[in-house]
Design a protein around this ligand. Structure first.
Ligand code: AP5
Length: 206
């Protein structure tokens, strides 16, 4: 493994959007636990069947399942620079991750916290649409899809589920801010700003 970067932040903060740019411009690899789980749900695998009920309710999938996924993925990776998008999301996940990396003589390089207001999150996610063919993300107002593309909405982007996901973020994921601050890894970007500005802030950090 090369550099290990974590994208930490609430749903809708723009983690996926900024990952797309780093992949395209700098050849980063993105490892999104959300994408892995959605793929499993789509394919109807055992993992997908277990995960779906949690995801649709805006709850986190249990730690042991997530940690198992990451362990398998780490075995496959070589010398790439990797963005972990949406992992870790709880203190037990972060501790397990540190242990896995330590075994390889590695550690997390930087944790980028996407700082964004809750109401902005609700606006972004209720307007988010996805091209099911390419996985590319759009927003009906800020970044509308070309008319020839038939986009879809994620099941968990309904307003009541968005609000539940935000609540889960504040109670279960936010403690990671202190966890990584204490370890000297945390960098904060203002993610309320437009995508180009957020990207410039990230490039300065990396
Ligand atoms: P996951 O897929 O990880 O979702 P999330 O963290 O809730 O993040 P999102 O993908 O919703 O948001 P994003 O920050 O990537 O925003 P985006 O760039 O798309 O997780 C889904 C579920 O899986 C979880 O609820 C849980 O059940 C489960 N799960 C996943 N990982 C787990 C784990 N580790 N442990 C346990 N459970 C786990 O942007 C959003 C919208 O805003 C887009 O429309 C975009 O175009 C627009 N936008 C982006 N940036 C800007 C900007 N700067 N200005 C204006 N608009 C913008």
């Amino acid at each position: 493994m090369g550099k290990i970067i974590i994208f930490l932040g609430p749903p809708g903060a723009g983690k996926g959007t900024q990952s797309e740019r780093l992949i395209k411009d700098y050849g980063f690899i993105q490892l999104s636990t959300g994408d892995i789980l959605r793929e499993a749900v789509k394919n109807g695998t055992e993992l997908g069947k277990k995960a779906k009920q949690y995801m649709d309710a805006g709850q986190l999938v249990p730690d042991d399942i997530i940690i198992g996924i990451i362990k398998d993925k780490l075995d496959e990776l070589k010398d790439e620079n990797i963005i972990f998008d949406g992992f870790p999301r709880t203190i037990p996940q972060a501790e397990a991750f540190d242990e896995m990396l330590a075994k390889e003589g590695k550690e997390v390089d930087k944790v980028i916290l996407f700082d964004v207001d809750d109401e902005e999150v609700v606006n972004r996610l209720s307007g988010r649409r996805i091209d099911p063919k390419t996985g590319k993300t759009y927003h009906i107002i800020y970044n509308p899809p070309p008319p020839e593309i038939e986009v879809i909405q994620r099941d968990d982007d309904k307003e009541d589920v968005i609000r539940k996901r935000l609540e889960v973020y504040h109670t279960q994921t936010k403690p990671l801010v202190d966890y990584y601050k204490k370890r000297g890894k945390l960098v904060v970007v203002n993610a309320n700003n437009p995508p180009d500005d957020v990207y410039n802030q990230i490039k300065e950090v990396l």
